[in-house]
Design a protein around this ligand. Structure first.
Ligand SMILES: Cc1cc2nc3c(=O)[nH]c(=O)nc-3n(C[C@H](O)[C@H](O)[C@H](O)COP(=O)(O)OP(=O)(O)OC[C@H]3O[C@@H](n4cnc5c(N)ncnc54)[C@H](O)[C@@H]3O)c2cc1C
Length: 405
């Protein structure tokens, strides 16, 4: 089976990793001119973490992870207003740079990646898809996967204009180098919140700081000059912000986007399927996007590689005919409920991450103080995380356990 994956991010690389080991002929195309390093700090846990363990990535992620000992809110003068020590309740939450996670997966992928191009058009016929790339070349494949993020090109070509749900905020993230500020911030994740504004900083290795900015903005239009917009809204807030805002890199090093969720009734059409943020973006408010993207890639690979034995096996409420169509339908049926739950969790979290008024800022600080009491952080983690899902059990493992019963 030949497969073309558009987007060499977390989801696309994870799918490639699994399918090439199952004997598929895999190729990836990526719009960025080269591998995307760095990015922003993510908390990585849940089903994606289980997938990473199955891929043998745990030692590598243990090496690359950043220890976050404490979440700490500061005022304009830089003094702490509330904090939460992170204890063993969070020992399975890995804080990683998105680029380091992607690199760990990519190092195990042998499939070719063509950088600096994208899918221009895709034409489905009875036994395949003819894909034309922006570089003028053509591919004949059995399956086209759109793993090209929340603004997916493959989604646009296949499903037309799907408008992601705007969560009323814009987000920016970048990495700056400053030895003095990096020492000052250290391994606490420090945040400053004003109604409608949140800035966060965490010290990375090599004297670097990871910065995150969130801003409430009813208008879903991206600014012409993101760096200038950040300086205008955050430059007067004190703390370390005036200094770091002078170091914000140019467009290539500054991530700036709308905070959105993608909700779709169908994730596949014929021989085209969407994966990761392209069809299930949960937003940074949910904090599970990378994890869910890896889980989805694993579930899709599981379904595709067992598609041949579909009829008669594991009949469930969403069971559809076997073969490719059945595999794609079961992939969506397995993932969609968990995605919907995480998306709901993300929407409920907005008020805590980016409080809209002073009362909410005070309430959040109070919750942090309560959580600092003995046993509190466990309560905090449980009440702020969506429920677990047993997504990472393969069809063959389910069949095996049924056989044993
Ligand atoms: C600031 C921020 C904080 C976050 N925090 C967390 C967190 O704490 N925990 C967590 O689990 N998740 C977090 N996420 C979400 C997480 O990063 C995403 O959900 C995850 O990366 C989705 O994986 P993906 O492969 O679908 O998309 P991506 O990893 O974005 O990969 C998509 C790839 O497709 C490429 N591409 C885009 N368009 C095209 C095109 N037209 N043609 C070809 N290639 C294209 C992109 O360059 C990229 O390489 C956060 C996101 C942001 C923005």
């Amino acid at each position: 089976m030949r497969i073309l994956i558009c987007g060499a991010g977390i989801a696309g690389l994870t799918l490639a990793w699994h399918l090439e080991r199952a004997g598929w002929e895999v190729e990836l195309v990526e719009r960025a001119p080269a591998f995307r390093d760095g990015g922003y700090l993510i908390d990585f846990y849940g089903p994606g973490h289980q997938v990473a363990e199955r891929m043998g990535l745990r030692p590598r992620l243990l090496r690359d992870r950043y220890p976050v000992d404490e979440l700490s809110y500061v005022g304009r003068d830089g003094r702490q207003t509330s904090h939460l020590k992170l204890t063993s309740a969070l020992e399975n939450v890995f804080s990683l740079l998105r680029g380091d996670l992607a690199r760990a997966i990519a190092d195990g992928v042998r499939a070719p990646v063509t950088y600096g191009t994208t899918v221009d058009s895709a034409e489905q016929h009875a036994d395949g898809v003819t894909v034309r790339l922006a570089d003028g070349t053509t591919r004949e494949v059995d399956l086209l996967v759109g793993a090209d993020g929340a603004r997916s090109r493959v989604r646009e070509l296949t499903f037309g204009d799907v408008v992601p749900r705007y969560l009323g905020h814009q987000v920016a993230a970048c990495i700056v180098t400053d030895p003095e500020l990096s020492r000052r911030v250290g391994t606490r994740y420090q945040m400053l919140t004003e109604p409608g504004l949140m800035a966060g900083a965490y010290a990375l290795r090599d004297d670097r700081l990871a910065l995150l900015f969130l801003r409430r903005e009813p208008d879903p239009a991206l600014p012409a000059d993101p760096a200038a917009t950040l300086r205008r809204h955050f430059g007067g807030l004190g703390w370390i912000l005036p200094t770091v805002l002078e170091r914000v890199p140019g467009p290539a090093g500054l991530y700036y986007d709308l905070v959105t969720q993608v909700e779709m009734e169908r994730w596949h059409s014929g021989r085209t399927v969407l994966l990761g943020d392209a069809c299930q973006a949960v937003s940074l408010f949910a904090g599970h996007g990378a994890s869910m993207a890896m889980a989805a890639a694993w579930v899709l690979a599981d379904e595709l590689t067992t598609a041949g034995d579909a009829p008669g096996h594991l009949p469930g409420p969403h069971e559809t005919p076997g073969g490719l169509a059945g595999a794609l339908a079961r992939y969506q049926a397995r993932m969609a409920p968990a995605v919907a739950e995480v998306q709901g969790f993300g929407r409920r979290s907005i008020q805590w991450l980016a409080p809209s008024n002073r009362w909410r800022v005070l309430a959040r600080d109070l919750i942090f103080r309560l959580a600092a009491l003995p046993g509190g952080s466990r309560l905090f983690v449980n009440s702020f995380s969506p429920g677990g899902h047993n997504l990472i059990t393969s069809r063959s493992e389910v069949l095996e356990s049924v056989r044993q019963d």
